[in-house]
Design a protein around this ligand. Structure first.
Ligand code: NAD
Length: 287
């Protein structure tokens, strides 16, 4: 518990619903204590109906910023003054920075994923990646990868409500960046095999592998994975998904979603406080 909170401390929020289960307040406040910076982070139950008033409140009270999660990530963009190029392309924001009354929307999920690759010594710039999924995480990863210089992204999604949305995002990536993004139906297994064979990295950004789909993998044939392919999963609970188990058995380098989660938090803290979060310390504290 911070014992030294005084009148100079600033508030950083988290606006989402439901949100009481989130680990972010614990993680963020541990970091602010360790860095000894005058910020506290609190979660607020904000529904879509309450969002316009919540943003007015953020401005009126002079919050330093706020994290934004479901169901507000898309809706919030219209209430902000500026959006980063990534947020423009994704159409969703998970981080607001309040700089003297000017609200800027960022998306740090893709930043976190790309940083986790870099920290693990994986070089994907100028290469191709295959991405499973077309929801929030996949959109953020595809856009950040494209902005960072990944040459081509082959995206596979099932024909659900996410499919048309990721097709739209791929179109924007192709118009606004030098990356070539292509969306395929996940049912096209021959195409999936071919695209993985040409990729340096395979990323699972679907919920397949975590509850209620724990123990399942979108890749079931190990021969689709060659030894020098890096296989990553956005899921961090469980730490080792079925996909990562299959990949490990094939001799692939694997990464779970912990790095993405920690580095996206690192990016948020850099935006709000200008400081570098002590990632190893957080890992140790969060277990
Ligand atoms: P989302 O609901 O926006 O998207 C879900 C995606 O999974 C969609 O593409 C959907 O088509 C696909 N999907 C769901 N069930 C499927 C099935 N049975 N077969 C094939 N595809 C299926 O969710 P999201 O926010 O994009 O999250 C996706 C995953 O990424 C989750 O596991 C989440 O925990 C993880 N995630 C991790 C981090 C991190 O920091 N590590 C951040 C965000 C999300």
């Amino acid at each position: 518990m911070r014992a030294n909170i005084d009148g100079h401390f600033l508030l950083i929020g988290l606006m989402a619903y439901p949100i009481r289960h989130s680990l972010s307040p614990k993680m963020q406040n541990i970091i602010y204590s360790k860095l000894d910076v005058p910020y506290v982070y609190l979660a607020f139950e904000v529904t879509q109906e309450k969002l316009p008033d919540a943003i007015k409140g953020l401005r009126a009270l002079g919050l330093r910023g706020s994290a934004v999660s479901m169901p507000n990530k898309q809706l919030v963009c219209q209430y902000l003054d500026k959006l980063t190029p990534a947020v423009e392309l994704i159409g969703a924001c998970n981080t607001i920075s309040n700089d003297d009354g000017v609200l800027t929307g960022y998306n740090t999920d893709g930043m976190g994923y790309m940083r986790s690759l870099k920290e693990a010594g994986v070089d994907i710039i100028g290469k191709k990646m295959t991405l499973l999924g077309g929801g929030g995480a996949a959109s953020a990863i595809a856009v950040q990868a494209a902005l960072d210089g990944v040459k081509a992204i082959s995206i596979f999604n099932q024909k659900d409500e996410c499919f048309d949305k990721i097709v739209e995002i791929a179109k924007r990536i192709n118009e606004k960046t030098d990356c070539k993004a292509t969306v395929y139906d996940l049912d096209d297994q021959a195409k999936l095999r071919q695209e993985i064979a040409e990729s340096a990295v395979l990323c699972n950004a679907t919920g397949v592998g975590m509850k209620p789909l724990e123990g399942q993998s979108l890749i079931t044939d190990p021969s689709m994975l060659r030894k020098d392919l890096v296989v990553t999963d956005c899921i961090y609970s469980p730490r080792k998904t079925k996909l990562l188990e299959i990949a490990e058995a094939q001799g692939c380098k694997t990464l779970n979603g912990i790095g993405m989660m920690l580095w996206q938090g690192h990016a948020q803290i850099k935006i709000w406080t200008g400081q570098d979060a002590p990632i190893d310390y957080v890992k140790e504290k969060m277990g």
